[in-house]
Ligand binder design. Structure first.
Ligand code: HDD
Length: 722
């Protein structure tokens, strides 16, 4: 039977064209139920694009006129009897559900996790046991502080939440792109989030930490300062969701068949390499394309350039943990990879965009407590608070306890229990029995299964009941210093710039001073740089619970040390005008495509240009709609007449000036010089590559693999650049 829609693979794979789902022809098998009309995954309504399909009400009643409400006479009042009007407006009025209290702005995609290295010797979870096994997955990336409509390039931590639909139930690894957290105990979470979100009286600033309340809170919480260093680094302005790492953060336990435990920390490492933008660039991207990250992800998946992350694990025993110079149950600490190496055990590929944003990305419900048997909690106090919060919040957001019936949340393995009823119950126990134990023989229904079921690690406890923070959690600065000193000089500079910028938005001088007092415990030079940038005297160092110790640096903590090796998946903006050199342009796009890169033509008019051989080329962007901040590198290839024209255009001059200021590689034709002069580019440096002949383009694309020509930054030094 032809279905109006089918849950299928709408993401385009390499070399495959996107197939349209079959539509029901007139008079043929129409969907017989609402669920059927929605397709297997229940993600979409039947579409009305096919002229042969009849519009219906939610009750399936055919609609004859959807343009006019029912009224008494052509100019008379509208009738209450008009159920069509009432139903439509009633439904519209109820379209919104509460946005997430944190991580409201997010973007999701479907994918698959494949295990490449078995952990069956230490873990009984099937998903981590069978090499080659593929597990369906859904991932939602997010910013934390902004509301649903906030811009993608806010300086913010990114959520990296993965749901794996394993054969033994859903496993949610609800992580971030930073391996540590601001607080050690969940009881401080509402305070942290209140402080970072918009201030409650004025409802601003949106989606940013650069305000008094956040820095007031952070400066009163010494434990936050390791994460503050990460937050002020370029990690919080990623180039793409595809170029970020993900971390499970907490220590978890893996349990074998006998209940023996191994501690584990989870890491997602992007095969795309790490990459971030500059702060000055982020600010401009937010204006030019507030959806920069979601568009990037959508486009990559649609084009078949599927992003891949390797799943790594750090495995350690209770004895190993005892030897660490900090407490691994403290979420403000990480375990350097030099101390416990990351073992790659699988990979995650995102290969299918959602068919409907609301159905999947908005309704997906992650809960840290979702874990298959064989994966268990450690005693991290932050994790325990999360286990309560996530389940609780779904009730509010999704309106009832049956959110697990929503297709994106429904396990792919059988669900068998006697839970029933509630709002929107889509499945209920069948038959007479809805309790256990029972004595109904063949109809008895499911029973617990000790061999397959979840078990908890049999930890023993004998401490007194008290509200207390472990002494082992009290070194707040050593890892902050380690992070800072593991950065390359340019990255360290960005941290100093970001702190200066953020604190310059704080109006209370005492809060600025208290913030800098923590920096003195992390790095005296950094403190001096920030104090100087703020124009203030150095305060006394904050009183430290424990003196800072020098830990060995770790390359793994740097973005620049872990960048991509090619320009694949990156985007070049190519400025063309009428009369641009066709041979050069053709050679450039050939070289970019050979590299696996993407490109867009930016032209004075969206209708495109005519090259010097008479070929017409369509533009993707009109020059003021495609500023250079949207590209990883640019090629400026106007004709002489075109360059003279562009030299009078503010957007064209900004395009070049920003590409220069943001240390981008710039390919150019000789005639671009007039435009560069008009853009007041002081002089070309080694980041400029002249493209005189087609043979020059390959070298240019290879040069672009380095992503930025960093030596330029010290020469330019943008104000407020992070
Ligand atoms: Fe959380 C959402 C990540 C601590 C309470 N959190 C949420 C999401 C991510 C994280 C990625 C978005 C999930 C999605 O896309 O739907 N949260 C973290 C990490 C934490 C963390 C990595 C520390 C290691 N969170 C944390 C604490 C609490 C919460 C300590 C409360 C005690 N988080 C929530 C929440 C949210 C949430 C209120 C909002 C929406 C949701 O859960 O589904 O329950």
């Amino acid at each position: 039977m032809a279905r109006s829609t089918a849950k299928g693979d709408t993401g385009k794979r390499k070399g495959e064209s996107v197939k349209k789902a079959p539509r029901a022809p007139a008079g043929a098998d129409a969907p017989t139920s609402y669920a059927e009309a929605q397709g297997q995954g229940g993600e979409t309504h039947q579409t009305t694009s096919d002229a042969t399909m009849t519009l219906t009400s939610q009750q399936g009643i055919p609609v004859g006129d959807a343009q006019n409400s029912l009224r008494a006479g052509p100019r008379g009042p509208t009738l209450l009897e008009d159920f069509q009007l009432r139903e439509k407006i009633f439904h519209f009025d109820h379209e919104r559900i509460p946005e997430r209290v944190v991580h409201a702005r997010g973007y999701g995609a479907h994918g698959v996790f494949e295990l490449t290295d078995s952990l069956s010797d230490i873990c009984r979870a099937n998903v981590l046991g069978e090499v080659g096994q593929q597990t369906e997955a859904f991932v939602r990336f997010s910013t934390v502080a902004g509301s649903k409509g906030s811009p993608d390039l806010a300086r913010d931590v990114r959520g990296f939440a993965v749901k794996m639909y394993t054969r033994e139930g859903n496993w949610d690894l609800v992580g971030n792109n930073i391996p540590v957290f601001f607080i050690q105990d969940a009881i401080k979470f509402p305070d942290l989030i209140h402080a970072v979100k918009e201030e409650p009286d004025r409802a601003f600033p949106q989606a940013q930490s650069a305000h008094d309340n956040f820095w007031d809170f952070a400066s009163l919480m010494p434990e936050a300062w390791h994460m503050v260093m990460w937050q002020m680094s370029d990690r919080t302005i990623p180039r793409s969701l595809r170029t970020m790492e993900g971390f499970g953060i907490h220590s978890f336990r893996l349990l074998d068949q006998d209940g023996n435990s191994t501690f584990v920390k989870f890491h997602w490492k992007p095969r795309q390499g790490l990459q971030s933008v500059l702060w000055n660039e982020a600010v401009k991207i937010n204006g030019a394309d507030p959806d920069f990250h979601r568009r990037d992800m959508w486009d990559a998946i649609e084009s078949g350039d599927f992003p891949v992350w390797d799943l790594g694990v750090q495995l350690f025993s209770e004895e190993d943990a005892a030897k660490l110079p900090f407490d691994h149950l403290d979420s403000t600490k990480l375990i350097p990879e030099e101390l416990i190496p990351v073992r790659i055990i699988g990979n995650l590929t995102l290969n299918r965009n959602v068919e409907n944003f609301f159905a999947s990305t908005e309704q997906v419900a992650f809960c840290t407590s979702n874990m298959p048997p064989g994966i268990d909690f450690s005693d991290d106090p932050l994790l325990h608070g999360r286990n309560f919060s996530y389940l609780d919040t779904q009730l509010k957001r999704l309106g009832g306890p049956n959110f697990t019936h929503i297709p994106v949340n429904a396990p792919r393995c059988p669900v068998m229990n006697f839970q029933q009823d509630g709002h929107m119950a889509m499945t209920n126990p069948k038959g007479r029995v809805n309790y256990e134990p029972n004595s109904w023989g063949a109809e008895a229904g499911p029973r617990e299964n000790p061999a397959r079921g979840t078990t908890s690690f049999a930890a023993g406890f004998d401490g007194p009941k008290q509200r207390v923070r472990s002494e082992s959690f009290s070194d707040h600065y050593s890892q902050a210093r380690q992070f800072l000193r593991s950065q390359q000089p340019i990255e360290q500079k960005h941290i100093g710039d970001a702190l200066t910028f953020e604190l310059s938005k704080v109006t209370r001088v005492d809060i600025r001073a208290r913030a800098v007092s923590h920096l003195l415990n992390i790095d005296a030079d950094l403190a001096a740089t920030v104090a100087d940038g703020l124009g203030m005297a150095l305060p006394e160092a904050a009183v430290a619970a424990k003196p800072t110790i020098d830990l060995p640096t770790s390359d793994k903590l740097s973005i620049l040390a872990n960048g991509p090796k090619d320009f694949k998946g990156r985007k070049m903006g190519i400025v063309l005008t009428d009369g641009s050199n066709a041979t050069l342009f053709d050679a450039l796009i050939d070289a970019l495509e050979a590299e696996g890169a993407v490109w867009e033509v930016v032209a004075p008019k969206i209708g495109g240009v005519t090259l010097d051989n008479g070929t017409a080329v369509a533009a993707k962007q009109k020059i003021d709609g495609g500023p250079s901040v949207l590209y990883d590198a640019v090629a400026v290839l106007p004709s002489a007449a075109g360059a003279a024209l562009l030299a009078k255009d503010a957007a064209a001059k900004d395009f070049c000036a920003d590409a220069f200021a943001h240390c981008k590689y710039i390919g150019f034709s000789a005639s671009a010089a007039a435009l560069f002069d008009a853009a007041r580019i002081p002089e070309t440096d080694a980041g400029f590559v002249q493209l005189a002949k087609p043979k020059d383009v390959r070298g240019f694309v290879v040069t672009c693999r380095a992503l930025r020509f960093w030596p330029r930054e010290t020469a330019v030094d943008l104000d407020a650049q992070g």
